[in-house]
Design a protein around this ligand. Sequence first.
Ligand code: F6P
Length: 362
Amino acid sequence: MKNFRRIGILTSGGDAPGMNAAVRAIARKARKQGVEAVGIIGGYAGLINEKLINLTSGAVSNVITKGGTFLYSDRCLEFKTEEGMAKAIETCKKNNIDAIIAIGGDGTFRGATDLAVHGIPTIGVTGTIDNDITATDYTVGFDTAMNTVVEILDKLRDTCESHARCNVVEVMGRDCGQIALKAGIAAGAMAVAIPEMPFNEEETIERIKSAKLKAKRGMLIVVSEGVFGTDENGNKVPYGELLQKKIEKETGIETKFARLAHIVRGGTPTLRDRLTASQMGIKAIDLILEGKSNLVVIEEDGKITSMDILFALTADRMYKNKLKEGDLDKFTPEQIEEMKALCEKRRAEIAELYDIINDIAL
Ligand code: F6P
C-alpha cells in the first residue's frame, strides 16, 4: 500500500445537501487510518489558489446537519486551462497532497480525470440534487431536494384548495426530470412535464377541465426546468410559465406560477442523504488507500460500489445523446453493450414512473 501523507477533499459544481456528511466521513476515516485530511476551499479554484484548511476531527464536528457545503463550491473555468492545472498540481506537491476526493456531478468528475492524468490519484463521489448521473442509481442531495419540493407542493395545495386555483410549479433538475417526477407523484400532482418524456398538453388541459367538473378545487402541475416551449415571438422559453397562461386561458381556472429555483438546493440533509454520503465517503477513502484512482463512487441496486470515471462519463453522454466522435473508441464492444444496457435501465425507470402519474392523476 502506498504511504499517503495527506488527502485533499473538495466539493465542486452545484452544492447538494449531504456533501458535508461526505466530507466528514472522509476526513474522520482518513485520520483513523493515519492520513491527514485537507479541505480545499471553493472547489478546483481553491486548489489553484492554494486555499486549504486542515480537517481535524473537530473541524468536521456538527457539519453533518448542515445543508450546502462548508468547503464552498465553484464552477472553475481556469481549471480547464494548462496554466490552471499546473497551479493545481503545484499546490498538491507543495502541500504533500497525495490524492484527492472530489464530490460533485459530471463536471467535477471531468476535473478529477484531468488531475489523475497529471499524476494525482483521484476518486469522485456523486453529489448533486439532480440525480442525473447515469452511472449511479442515486446522487447525494437528491432525497433532500425531493422532500423540499414535496413540502412546498403540499403548502401550495392548501392554498390552491382554499381558492380553487391551479398552480404550475417549476423545479430544478437541469436536463433531468427526476426531481419533478418523483416529487410530483409523491405530492399528488395532476401532471408532470419532464425533458425525458413527451408532454401531452391537450390531455392535461382536458384532465383539468374534467377535474373542475367533478368539483376538484386545488390542482398542481409540476414542470422540470429542462422543459422549454416557444413564445408568441418564436423565442425558446421555459415551459412552465407558458403552460400556466394556457391553462388559465383554456380552462378558466385561475392559475399561478411558482419557480422554486435554488430553494430546492438548500436545507438540512435528510437521513437518506446523510447516510449515503457517509457510506460513499468511506468507500472513497478506502479506494484511495487501496491505491485506486480514476473511479467514481456510485450506488447500484442498493450497494455502494465504484465505476471507472471515463466509463461513467461516456455512459452519461450516451444517455444524454451527447456522444462525440471517437468517444467510444476506447471501449470494447462488451463495454459499449454495458453502457447501452445502463441507458436502457435509466430510460425504463423514468418511463415506468411517468406512467404512474397518468394512471393516478385523476
Ligand atoms: O446541478 C444542480 C443545479 O441546481 C441544477 O438543478 C440547476 O440547473 C443548476 O444547478 C443551477 O446552477 P447555478 O447554481 O449555477 O445557477
